[in-house]
Design a protein around this ligand. Structure first.
Ligand code: C2E
Ligand code: MG
Ligand code: MG
Length: 731
């Protein structure tokens, strides 16, 4: 029934108010509640002012509850309850009833009070209704939010907890006392199952009532100390627990203490299991610090570790940094494929680690075929070298890859701290210089030496000055004779460069040639030596002195294709036959890139120019291998020759080298012949040529002609040269 129809219906019922109750009307009208009085037949007899205001357009008298309040929730049931009160005479207090008004729900608290006459018969019922909508809705919202909160806590992935402090703690007492009191008084009063789970239990109630330290939720006293000093809070404070399985669980805690009137009364907090996060971060960190192929630490980690070593180093502690570069690793990649190359690198890590054993240190892969080892504590320079030799040997062991066996070698450079440098970048640079030196000399292991460093201050200043020396004629060429032992005749000269520095005076080639070799300066320097030698050669040929001139080449010169064209141009320009020249190159220079060296030597040979292996015996290469190259001459290093009369071993080496070289069809020159005895011995051993102070020291080109004349030297000119020199040769 709608409000409108109800209104019309009521209008036809005459208002009836019990005369006897007229006195009560005034009383009812002042009540804040809505009051309706029903007679024993369940019809409204009386309504207070508030009820009339509530139902302004309705003549309430004579209506049933159903007719009067159809908007009530289940009005028929309400009417029945009302009649029940009349029948039983028992009141019903504060029943919460719902009505739907203006499209919304409203709640009323309704008292149903039976009224009686003098004979105690129930004659009616009074409905006292008060609108409690607001409090009902508020209560409901509260209940909902509480259940939401409970669900949130129960289902939270974080452990949520509350410790109460009983009695509360005075926050003005010293921190240590506060910490002690927290330990004594804090009791876990509330938590979710998640907290129990973190401690290996199932339900929250298993933990409740425990103290703060016993279960280790805030494990360390320091944590509590921090909590107090930090204004009674933790923000993302990390801790860890070791589980029964031995694994570590990482936790992160946020907490806040509640302080009231200067007393800490409780603390709320959340604790998260961040183990997975932590492991993920650890993994990321691992990847950032390790080489994925070999699993060895990478450059970044190496540098950090060296920094740590440097920081902790005691003043007299010697530290060694080794830089390892594999030799001809590219060949393995090129011939066996990159996968095989990767396998070699993978096998190398464990080998180096096994060799390192328990010695403190770090092995890192820097990239490509470069590795580094830093040993924070070595006994001496010699000890560092011995350790490096051990690493070297382990690298040189055979590698087996998919049934193939392959060998590789390496060059190791060592720098020492504090003897040579005390910071990472200088130590690295020095080790690199030493490594490069070891590589060019095929030395295996080399310790840094500023003499080999292209960037040492002395070298840098020499480097600048050398450019000027080449341009401004500070260089001169000296010549040292070579004598044929068979005929006791002059065979030719070796051109040896000299630098007369305006301020530093005479600088030996052993000091400035390596500097030039380390920069591009070696190209103009060699070009100058070649031209100067050819110019002298031309001059001597014109004077009828048909001799061979030997020029020293560096490894880098062999790699420089322009030099071959330049050489041809110079020979043509000065009209000097190629046979008048011989180029000397050390075995290590050839071995640093044998394939390219071979091509270069063949092209130079094609100009008629001969080739000699210089300083033979100081490298590692076998004579049989060298013979595969188109070289014609072998120069036995002076270190064997000078001592051959005193050292039987050296004499044997010289002797066997001569025999072996002859068997391979090579001409043999002995350099460093300082005495007649050596000269005689070499003659007896069948050596072809000698060079040394005993014959003559190197002398300026301008003195050669008079030296030949004064010493009455016969010239022993090779057949090809004689042919080419034609009429200019004096026989
Ligand atoms: P090297 O080519 O082995 O030259 C022989 C060295 O031995 C020369 O030293 C020579 O003076 C020295 N010598 C010769 N006979 C004797 C002797 O009886 N006793 C002793 N103790 N020494 C003797 P030098 O002129 O100081 O040259 C040293 C090195 O410098 C040369 O060794 C060579 O490797 C290099 N060099 C010299 N000139 C040039 C050049 O124009 N270009 C290049 N690339 N290197 C050069
Ligand atoms: Mg030489
Ligand atoms: Mg030599």
């Amino acid at each position: 029934m709608t409000a409108q129809t109800t209104k019309n219906y009521i209008q036809h019922v005459p208002t009836y108010i019990d005369e006897k109750n007229r006195d009560h009307q005034a009383l009812l009208d002042v009540m804040r509640e809505t009051v309706l009085y029903f007679d024993r037949w369940g019809l409204v007899r009386q309504a207070n002012l508030r009820a009339k205001n509530w139902l302004p357009d309705i003549q309430v008298a004579g209506l049933t509850f159903i007719e009067l309040l159809p908007q009530w929730d289940d009005p028929a049931e309400r009417q029945r309850e009302l009649m029940q009160v009349i029948r039983s005479g028992l009141p019903v207090w504060g029943s919460k009833e719902r009505a739907f008004e203006d499209g919304g729900e409203r709640w009323y608290s309704v008292d149903k009070i039976p009224t009686t006459n003098e004979a105690s018969d129930v004659v009616g019922v009074m409905l006292v209704m008060s609108d409690v909508t607001e409090s009902v809705l508020r209560e409901r919202a509260l209940r909902e939010s509480e259940s939401r909160y409970k669900a949130y806590i129960a289902n939270s992935a974080e452990a949520i907890w509350r410790y109460d402090l009983c009695p509360p703690i005075d926050i003005n007492i010293p921190v240590d006392d506060q910490v002690n009191q927290i330990i004594e008084r804090a009791v876990l009063s509330e938590c979710n199952d998640r907290l129990a789970w973190l401690y290996g239990l199932k339900f929250a109630h298993e933990l409740l009532g425990q103290s703060v330290l016993r279960k280790g939720s805030v494990k360390h006293q320091q944590d509590l100390d921090f909590f107090v000093r930090n204004g009674y809070k933790f923000e993302n404070r990390e801790s860890h627990r070791t589980l029964g399985t031995g694994k570590r669980m990482y936790l992160q805690t946020n907490a806040i203490g509640i302080v009231e009137n200067g007393y800490l009364i409780r603390a709320w907090g959340t604790t998260r299991d961040v183990t997975e996060n932590k492991r993920y971060l650890e993994r990321l960190e691992y990847l950032a610090n390790h080489d994925p192929l070999t699993a060895l630490p990478n450059r970044a980690l190496l540098y950090r570790r060296i920094d740590e070593y440097l920081e902790k180093r005691s003043p007299d502690q010697l530290m060694a940094l080794m830089l390892i570069d594999l030799d001809r690793f590219k060949e393995i990649n090129d011939t066996l494929g990159h996968l095989a190359g990767d396998k070699v690198l993978k096998q190398l890590g464990p080998r180096l680690e096994a060799e390192l054993g328990i010695t403190p240190g770090i092995i890192a892969r820097l990239g490509g075929d470069e590795f580094a080892i830093c040993l924070p504590q070595v006994e001496s320079r010699e000890h560092a070298v011995a350790l490096a030799q051990r690493f070297f040997k382990s690298i040189c062991q055979v590698f087996t890859i998919e049934g193939f066996q392959t060998e590789i070698s390496a060059s190791i450079g060592i720098s020492l701290c504090p003897d040579q440098a005390s910071d990472v970048s200088t130590l690295m640079r020095f080790a690199d210089v030493a490594m490069y030196h070891a590589k060019t000399r095929l030395q295996g292991v080399a310790v840094y030496n500023s003499e080999h460093d292209p960037n040492s201050p002395k070298r840098l200043s020499l480097m600048g000055a050398l450019g000027r020396a080449i341009r401004e004629g500070e260089l001169t060429l000296f010549f040292q004779p070579k004598v044929d032992l068979n005929e006791h005749a002059l065979y030719g000269f070796e051109a040896l460069i000299r630098w007369n520095h305006p301020e530093l005076g005479f600088i030996p080639p052993s000091e400035f040639v390596p500097i030039a070799e380390m920069s591009n300066m070696i190209a103009p320097l060699t070009r100058w030596v070649l031209e100067e030698s050819i110019r002298y050669c031309k001059q001597w040929l014109e004077q009828g002195v048909c001799v061979n001139v030997a020029i020293n080449l560096s490894a880098r010169n062999l790699m420089d294709e322009n030099i071959i064209d330049d050489l041809k141009t110079m020979l043509d320009y000065y009209n000097v036959p190629g046979e008048a020249l011989e180029l000397e190159i050390t075995e290590s220079a050839i071995m640093s890139d044998p394939a390219r060296a071979q091509i270069a030597i063949e092209r130079i040979n094609a100009l008629g120019v001969r080739f000699a292996i210089d300083d033979y015996g100081t490298g590692y290469s076998s004579l049989a291998y060298l013979k595969r190259l188109p070289v014609q001459t072998l120069k036995i290093d002076l270190s064997f020759v000078r001592t051959m009369m005193d050292n039987e071993q050296d004499r044997i080496i010289v002797n066997s080298t001569i025999n072996l070289a002859h068997n391979l069809g090579l001409q043999v020159v002995a350099e460093g012949v300082e005495t007649q005895a050596i000269y005689n011995e070499l003659t007896a051993l069948g050596c072809d040529l000698v060079q040394g102070y005993h014959v003559a020291k190197p002398m300026p080109g301008s003195e050669i002609e008079s030296w030949i004349r004064e010493d009455h030297w016969e010239l022993r000119c090779q057949a090809e040269l004689r042919q080419n020199c034609g009429s200019r040769v004096t026989d």
